[in-house]
Design a protein around this ligand. Structure first.
Ligand code: CU
Length: 156
């Protein structure tokens, strides 16, 4: 093989690799956009109801309780306000096609609460400490940044 031919082949190979990369990126991008734009929040799994005196958090591809429509990630959503000493019950359900985490600083940091697609999770805890605590997802997902700014306010 002459030097020229070898150079051409190498260039062609580079071009094919580049095109391949662009195609893969386009496919991933299209999948991401399609998933992002689909609202899975309409079909609630059985048991996905607000508990008496408690709260309901629906994890969908629109965030927590449609946090994307409520200004996430710059604005806090959802916002749960309770009194110190209150027994707090939250039903968390997942209508998305991917798993999400459900964490609250101080209350559910190391619990690794996870809701898989279609799951309904019920958590209860005593709000023992006043203050504002972040409600967030600790599982990497395609809408992760929109699930980092929920708020639990525990008032005296
Ligand atoms: Cu996440």
């Amino acid at each position: 093989m002459s030097e020229d031919k070898s150079m051409n082949l190498s260039r062609r190979t580079t071009a094919v690799i580049l095109l391949g990369g662009v195609a893969v990126a386009a496919i991933i991008g299209a999948t991401y956009v399609a998933d992002f734009g689909r609202n899975n929040g309409t079909a609630l799994p059985p048991g996905c109801v607000r508990p008496a005196g408690g709260f309901l958090v629906v994890a969908s591809n629109m965030g927590y309780n449609d946090s994307i429509s409520h200004g996430a990630p710059s604005k806090s959503w959802p916002i749960i306000t309770v009194h110190q000493g209150q027994n707090v019950t939250i039903v968390v359900c997942n209508t998305d096609v991917q798993a999400h985490g459900f964490q609250i600083t101080h209350y559910f940091v190391n619990s690794q609460e996870t809701v898989v697609p279609g799951q309904v999770l019920k958590v209860s805890f005593i709000a023992d400490k006043t203050g504002s605590y972040l409600i967030y997802c600790d599982i990497f997902c395609s809408i992760h940044i929109y699930m980092q700014n929920g708020l639990l306010n525990v008032t005296p």
